[in-house]
Design a protein around this ligand. Structure first.
Ligand SMILES: *Cc1c(COP(=O)(O)O)cnc(C)c1O
Length: 361
């Protein structure tokens, strides 16, 4: 089966095998050794010398953690949003009492750093900026290098949802001055769902000391205190950590540069492939993502029928559009355990399934 959605993603055999391992004491020395090693490798992948915390929860839990650990009710927050996940980040901040100003961009377009500069010079009371590095709902990778440079100019806190980019698309956390960066185990990491991994900068710790939003399970300080003894405050998703340890071994062997290059090749192949089938991309070309390709549904194409026939007749699982994009786009996930041959297989399936769903190029 070809599972080509933007997470959960398929697992290599070594990772599947690792999950069969018997349970161990999560307060014992074996766990501590594994946990320290996984944490150290993740820091390399995040390109950070700051703190790296592994939390049990999905990516959204990590997003909530980034908010409640750095902000207080009433704090002004600038949300940069160009899709469903950008809106989710803003919704979470709002749920905890932040005063959220939403700087929205058309879905399919990238966040404009110039507009961010304008918004920040306009409202000096803003404390933090929320941004989605790779907007999975529209297949857009925002120009985080430029956005973070602007945010640094104004010395605001920068919280980054990198759930579907980190480990696949270059994101040098320290070099770009990102304060909290979140990813999730089931995306580029070739691991199952269950873990959110977050980096925490010195500036974020200073914000943490002042932050008054309610927090308990997600408290960064508690996680850091336990990490020092090779533990987590609460029972971790142990099997997912076994799997992540095995996946990181593979990823480390490949090397970050090669991983990023592989995703660039695979992304380019997916984009060229769908264009050669007579389809067009949903996002603007220059910001099209290397981890997920969003394809505009042309006149006559029944997306639901296409996804059903791909699933039932060609063993290929693609994703539809979310929220307002339902029926308007479909998405090919290509992150984690993926190479050019996998894309070729998806394109082969599309070539036969598209006409059956009403599209004849
Ligand atoms: C998948 C995803 C999320 C949500 O992660 P969950 O693990 O489903 O909670 C958030 N943001 C982005 C950009 C994602 O791709």
């Amino acid at each position: 089966m070809q599972l080509r959605i933007p997470g959960p993603t398929p697992l290599p055999d070594e990772v599947l095998q690792a999950m069969k391992r018997q349970m161990i004491n999560h307060r014992g020395p074996q766990f501590a050794e594994m946990f320290h090693e996984v944490t150290a490798t993740l820091k390399e992948m995040f390109q950070t010398k700051g703190d790296l915390l592994i939390l049990t929860g999905s990516g959204t839990g990590g997003m909530e953690a980034s908010i409640v650990n750095t902000l207080s009710p009433g704090d002004k927050v600038l949300s940069l949003s160009n899709g469903a996940f950008g809106e989710r980040f803003a919704d979470i901040a709002e749920a905890f009492g932040a005063q959220v100003e939403r700087l929205r961009f058309e879905w399919g377009r990238a966040v404009d750093p110039q507009a961010v500069r304008q918004a920040l010079s306009h409202d000096t009371g803003i404390k933090a900026v929320l941004v989605t590095h790779n907007e999975t709902s529209t297949g857009v990778t925002n120009d985080l290098a430029s956005i973070s440079a602007v945010v640094r100019e104004f010395e605001k806190l920068l919280l980054v949802d990198a759930i579907s980019s980190l480990g696949a698309i270059d994101l040098p956390v320290d070099a770009w001055g990102c304060d909290v960066v979140i990813t999730g185990s089931q995306k580029a990491w070739m691991a199952p769902p269950g873990l959110a991994m977050v980096s925490v900068s010195e500036r974020a710790w200073q914000a943490h000391a002042q932050a008054r939003m309610p927090r308990c399970y997600w408290d960064f300080a508690r996680a850091k205190r336990f990490l020092e003894k090779g533990q987590t405050p609460w029972t971790p998703a142990l099997s997912t950590i076994y799997a992540l340890a095995a996946a990181l071994e593979l990823l480390q062997r490949e090397g970050l540069k090669n991983i990023v290059a592989r995703h660039a090749r695979v992304g380019a192949k997916a984009r060229e492939g769908v264009k050669s089938l007579g389809l067009s991309l949903f996002p603007e070309d220059s910001y099209a993502s290397n981890t997920v390709t969003a394809v505009r549904a042309p006149e006559g194409l029944d997306v639901k029928r296409l996804l059903k026939s791909l699933r039932e007749e060609y063993n290929t699982i693609l994703a539809g559009g979310q929220q307002r994009l339902e029926g308007k786009i479909f998405r090919i996930g290509h992150l984690g355990y993926v190479n050019e041959d996998d894309i070729e297989a998806v394109l082969e399936a599309l070539r036969v399934a598209l006409p059956q769903a009403g599209f004849n190029g």
